[in-house]
Ligand binder design. Structure first.
Ligand SMILES: Nc1ncnc2c1ncn2[C@@H]1O[C@H](COP(=O)(O)OP(=O)(O)OP(=O)(O)O)[C@@H](O)[C@H]1O
Ligand SMILES: [Mg+2]
Ligand SMILES: [Zn+2]
Length: 366
C-alpha cells in the first residue's frame, strides 16, 4: 500500500478539526452562518499553520447547502462536488510560478465565468507576495470590482511584502504558531488513530521540534514512525532528531572546517543512510554554528548554552578553530537550506551542495 504522509492524511475537512486557530475558524464559521461573505480575504502566517486548509474549508462552507455549524456538511451535492481537489469552483494559483502581469490578466478573464453547480467560485492565491508590481496592479483592479460570485483568498508567509492598496481591500486573518501543548494533543489523537504506541514525553519533543507548524510537526512524526516500528519512545525521538547527537555535529563541523570534501560527502552519505531527516540536520548544523559563535564571542557563554561542562569544553575547542565570519556563513547557508530541504525532492544533493558551497565559499575568501 502506498504510504500517505501524515500531514496529507490528516488535512482538516471542517473548522472543528483545525487546531490552534480558533480566532479565525470561529469568525469564518459565523460569517458562513450569517451569509456575510467578503470578496477578499488575506491569510498570513508561518508555513504549515493551516492557511490553505482553512481556505478550502471556507470555500466549501460558503457553497454548502445545509451547513449547521458553519463548516461544510460533507453530504450535500455542493459539498460532494467541491470535495474533489480539482473541482473547477476552487481554483488554486501559485503566485510564485504565476507572478507576471499576464498571469493575472488571464485570471481576470477567467473570473468572468460563473461558478458551475455552486454559488461561489473561490480563487486561492498562494504565496501572493511573489507577484510583480504590475501583477499586483492588475489584481487590484479585480479586487476593486469582483463579480458577486467570486471570493479571493490571498495567502502569504510574508505579509510585509504586500502593497498597502492590496491590504486595505482584504479582510485580514493572522495565523498563529500552534502551541506545544496543542501540537502534543494533536499528535496523541493521530497516533491513537494510527494505533501507534508512544510515551507522552516523546510527543512533546516532536511537538517542540515542529516549532509551531503543524505540518512540520507531522513530517517529523512521520520520520520517527518510520524508524520506531509502532513504538515511539523518548529515546528514539532524541536519536532520530539528533537533538543530543552532539558528537555527530562536532564531527561534521570538524570536517567542514578542515575543508575535507571527501570526508564531508562520506559523512552525509552515512547520515542519509541512518534515515535522518536532512532538513532537521541542516537546522542542527546552523544551530551548532550559532552555539559556537556564542561560545566564541559571549562573555559567559555557558550561561546561555547550558551544556554539561565536558561538552562545553568540546564546543569551546571547536569554536577556537573557526573564525567568526566562517560561523556566520555556515549559519546563513544551513538555515536557508533547512527550509528548502523540507520541500526538496533530492534532499541529499541539496545538503551536499550547501555543505560544499560553504567550504568552497570559505576557501575563496581566504
Ligand atoms: N491549524 C491546523 N490544524 C490542523 N492541521 C493543520 C493545521 N495547520 C496545518 N495542518 C496540517 O498541515 C498540513 C498543511 O497545512 P496547510 O497547507 O493548511 O498549511 P499552510 O499554512 O497553507 O502552509 P504554507 O504556508 O506552506 O502554504 C495540513 O494538511 C494538515 O495536516
Ligand atoms: Mg498553503
Ligand atoms: Zn454541504
Amino acid at each position: 500500500m502506498e504510504h500517505l504522509a501524515l500531514y496529507r492524511k490528516y488535512r482538516p475537512k471542517t473548522f472543528e478539526e483545525v487546531i490552534g486557530q480558533d480566532h479565525i475558524t470561529k469568525t469564518l464559521a459565523n460569517q458562513v452562518l450569517a451569509g456575510k461573505v467578503a470578496h477578499a480575504y488575506l491569510f498570513t502566517g508561518t508555513r504549515g499553520t493551516g492557511k490553505t486548509s482553512i481556505a478550502k474549508i471556507f470555500a466549501r462552507a460558503i457553497n454548502c447547502e445545509n451547513t449547521k455549524t458553519g463548516s461544510p456538511c460533507g453530504e450535500c451535492d455542493a459539498c460532494k462536488r467541491l470535495a474533489s481537489d480539482n473541482d473547477v469552483n476552487i481554483v488554486e494559483i501559485d503566485a510564485a510560478s504565476n507572478n507576471k502581469v499576464d498571469d493575472i490578466r488571464e485570471l481576470r478573464e477567467k473570473v468572468k465565468f460563473a461558478p458551475i453547480g455552486a454559488k461561489y467560485k473561490v480563487y486561492i492565491i498562494d504565496e501572493v507576495h511573489m507577484l510583480s508590481d504590475s501583477a499586483f496592479n492588475a489584481l487590484l483592479k479585480t479586487l476593486e470590482e469582483p463579480p458577486k460570485y467570486v471570493v479571493f483568498i490571498l495567502a502569504t508567509t510574508e505579509v510585509h511584502k504586500l502593497p498597502q492598496t492590496i491590504l486595505s481591500r482584504c479582510v485580514r486573518f493572522d495565523f498563529r504558531l500552534v502551541s506545544v501543548s496543542e501540537l502534543t494533543n494533536h499528535l496523541a489523537r493521530i497516533f491513537d488513530k494510527e494505533g501507534i504506541n508512544y510515551d507522552h514525553d516523546a510527543l512533546k519533543i516532536i511537538a517542540s521540534a515542529g516549532e509551531g507548524s503543524v505540518r512540520d510537526t507531522l513530517s517529523i512524526a512521520d520520520c520517527i514512525n518510520a524508524y520506531s516500528d509502532g513504538n515511539v519512545t523518548k529515546e528514539k525521538v532524541l536519536k532520530v532528531l539528533g537533538v543530543t547527537d552532539y558528537d555527530l555535529l562536532i564531527d561534521f563541523f570538524d570536517k567542514m572546517l578542515k575543508k575535507d570534501i571527501g570526508e564531508v560527502l562520506t559523512l552525509i552519505n552515512q547520515i542519509d543512510l541512518m534515515g535522518k531527516n536532512l532538513s532537521v540536520f541542516a537546522k542542527d548544523i546552523s544551530r551548532h554554528a550559532r552555539d559556537l559563535l556564542t561560545a566564541k564571542t559571549c562573555k559567559d557563554p555557558n550561561k546561555i548554552l547550558n551544556l554539561p561542562s565536558e561538552l562545553f569544553e568540546k564546543f569551546k575547542k571547536q569554536a577556537d578553530e573557526a573564525d567568526e565570519k566562517q560561523l556566520i556563513n555556515f549559519m546563513q547557508l544551513f538555515s536557508s537550506a533547512e527550509s528548502e530541504l523540507r520541500y526538496a525532492l533530492s534532499t541529499r544533493l541539496l545538503l551536499e551542495t550547501t555543505a560544499l558551497s560553504a567550504i568552497v565559499g570559505d576557501a575563496k575568501k581566504n
